[in-house]
Design a protein around this ligand. Structure first.
Ligand SMILES: [Zn+2]
Length: 147
């Protein structure tokens, strides 16, 4: 079971909204342009995609956490897991993860039903164990933690 600590999901780019001012991508949160598109080969679809990038990253981060909540209850198959890892890698490529993380693996126990399982959790590098409640793989409540 994979569980992401929500505090590891970051947004460090210039705050939205990003708008297209005739090939110059701007934000009210930044004095200078975010980028200048080549005026001789301006393509409005490229400008639209760049301007949509901040909200796309933020919704992708929400979807990642939502997928983790559904993972056990929905009985993910290999295609679902591939999609999850593709989403996760895309968020990382877009700078949506705090860079300093490592994987924690260890025995977990549910305080509600006493079920035990082997957990895998990505945690901040300064942490030595998961900082957030984990979903029990048996009763699916957020009542799991390191054993
Ligand atoms: Zn349980």
């Amino acid at each position: 079971m994979i569980k992401t600590d929500p505090t590891m999901l970051v947004y460090n780019a210039t705050e939205q909204p990003w708008t297209d001012d005739y090939g110059v991508i701007v934000s009210p949160h930044r004095e200078r342009a975010i980028c200048n598109l080549e005026p001789r080969d301006y393509k409005i679809e490229n400008a639209m995609l760049i301007c949509a990038a901040p909200p796309l990253l933020k919704v992708a981060q929400k979807l990642l956490l939502w997928m983790e909540e559904c993972m056990a209850a929905c009985d993910f198959n290999q295609d679902d897991m591939d999609l999850y890892h593709e989403l996760r890698q895309t968020i990382r490529t877009a700078g949506g993860f705090s860079s300093e993380t490592h994987w924690w693996q260890g025995p977990c126990i549910c305080s509600a039903c006493s079920h035990t399982w082997q957990g895998v959790v990505e945690i901040p590098v300064e942490a030595t164990s998961p900082q957030v409640p984990l979903e029990c793989s048996e009763c699916h409540q957020m009542t799991g933690g390191p054993a």
